[in-house]
Write a protein that binds this ligand. Sequence first.
Ligand code: SF4
Length: 310
Amino acid sequence: MVVLLQLPEGLKHKAPQIIQELGLEDVVISSSPMYGGCDIAIDEARAIGADRIVHVGHTYFPLRRKVIGIEVEYIPYYIDIKIGWEDLVQELKRLNINTISILTTTQHYHQYSQIVEYFETRGFQNRVRKGPFCSNSGQVLGCDAYGIDESAQAAVIIADGMFHWTAATHVADRMYVFGINPYTGKFSQVNDVLKKILKKRMASLFRAAEAKVFGILVSTKPGQFSYRLAKKMKDELISLGKDAYILVSNNLDPTVISNFMFIQAFINTACPRIVDDVEQYKKPIVNPEHFRDLVELIRKSSSMRLEPIQ
Ligand code: SF4
């Protein structure tokens, strides 16, 4: 049985060790970049005739492309962290917060119940759900912090860096958001950063409404693939008098995409976090969740243009 092994960037250097630990034989290593559980290398697996893909570092992600005849196995990679954040506990108490929503990444999820116990024994109640792309309640992905229960007063996200903290942008106006770096033990309140991101996304939306030519970005990554949606959006844009082109690739590279100079704005149906790289794309980018708002803005601006002059 031929196995295709996928490793995230931070684990590629450990390939021989992981192959040995997992007891893999007849293995081929994918050298493509690998960003998340959405990114299952089915095209590579087909090309080499693999029967099985071993995808390390992430949990199951709902796929939008069928993987027929290839077994996909997700193997999380756990990293222990030191639990103990008294500075944050004091800050939460100072703000009179007693209900929190604790999320952590796949790497530390094996310690989730200990983390919850740490906060509960200090008087905090944890309220949490399972996000649509996560396998567990209380887990966070770059595209899914929907495990945050908005009835809590604060979200506490234990993750190495801003990428996962900023997944909570949707609650930035409604509750405190704290990020804990599990390696330094330091915490930050990130509401201001998240609000800036929201502002940037809104500015992109308004700029996109002025565009005449749209590029709709589609990724073939099985967890991101949204070709049908892209076609619907293309038809709707054309019905509004716009030009629209669908651009498809596995990996969206802003340097390559910026060669399509005739395109004035992008709709992104791939990883939703791409919109935060708007500076690299040099054009406004809008996610599908804001497509209806975009259509409304286009309609409004064209009806204003049609108003007769008194
Ligand atoms: S869609 Fe983006 S954020 Fe979500 S798992 Fe994939 S790469 Fe990560």
